[in-house]
Design a protein around this ligand. Structure first.
Ligand SMILES: C[S@@+](CC[C@H](N)C(=O)[O-])C[C@H]1O[C@@H](n2cnc3c(N)ncnc32)[C@H](O)[C@@H]1O
Length: 204
């Protein structure tokens, strides 16, 4: 799938480097402010744009079954080798349609969109949010992060805002429970002025 999926530009070619770079920080470091929103185990997780599988592996390590969606072939295959786990099911699928995930006819207790939302343009974000909301069960939590700042060479990203994300989420009866802002953890990106917003939503 990878090569034709909007948003994945640049990832296939850089997969080898990213398979170590994205593993430098732990799940707990990255998601520290929202850890207490994550429902108790056992529960079902959907990690969309799962990359190298860092988060999927952590959550599976806690006994949670994880559907890890990753359209970039080299990342998905590399991640499965890096983090072998019977609890992780890797799915070659992508936003905004999530065709294969929807065919599973499952709902999830935790949906993670870590560093992915900015790869969708405005129309794709509008189409994606109702699908994501429909995949979240009534007690479920959605955690997503927004990247702000200069776009790396070779990648395709769009300006995303807290206001628009709140609007899209609220239209799907997703209630904001957390918003936090932070500088990039990576030195180079920090110097370039890259910042992140982390957001948490529950069905309200
Ligand atoms: C910055 S990486 C984040 C990876 C991982 N979630 C993390 O936090 O380390 C962005 C990921 O989103 C994936 N991606 C890009 N466009 C996508 C789309 N349209 N649907 C799903 N995933 C996409 C890329 O292949 C890549 O793995």
């Amino acid at each position: 799938m990878g090569l034709n999926v909007p948003g994945t530009e640049g990832y296939e070619a850089e997969a080898e480097r990213l398979l170590s770079e994205y593993e430098q920080f732990s799940f707990e470091d990255i998601h520290q402010p929202v850890l207490h929103f994550i429902p108790e185990v056992p529960n079902k997780v959907l990690d969309i744009g799962a990359g190298t599988g860092r988060d999927a592996a952590y959550l599976a390590g806690q006994g949670r079954p994880v559907i890890a969606v990753e359209p970039t072939n080299a990342l998905r295959r590399g991640a499965a080798l890096l983090h072998p786990s019977s609890l992780i099911t890797w799915v070659d699928d992508s936003l905004p349609e999530l065709t294969r995930v929807l065919q599973l006819d499952e709902q999830f207790d935790l949906i993670l969109l870590s560093a992915v939302w900015m790869h969708l343009d405005a129309g794709q974000r509008l189409r994606a949010m109702p699908k994501i909301a429909s995949l979240l069960n009534s007690a479920g939590v959605l955690i997503l992060s927004l990247r702000h700042g200069p776009v790396p060479a070779g990648r395709v990203m769009f300006a995303v805002s807290v206001a628009e994300t709140l609007r899209l989420a609220n239209a799907e009866q997703l209630k904001s429970v957390y918003q936090g802002h932070a500088n990039s953890r990576q030195d180079l990106n920090q110097r370039k002025g890259v910042t992140w917003t982390q957001m948490g939503f529950e069905k309200g």
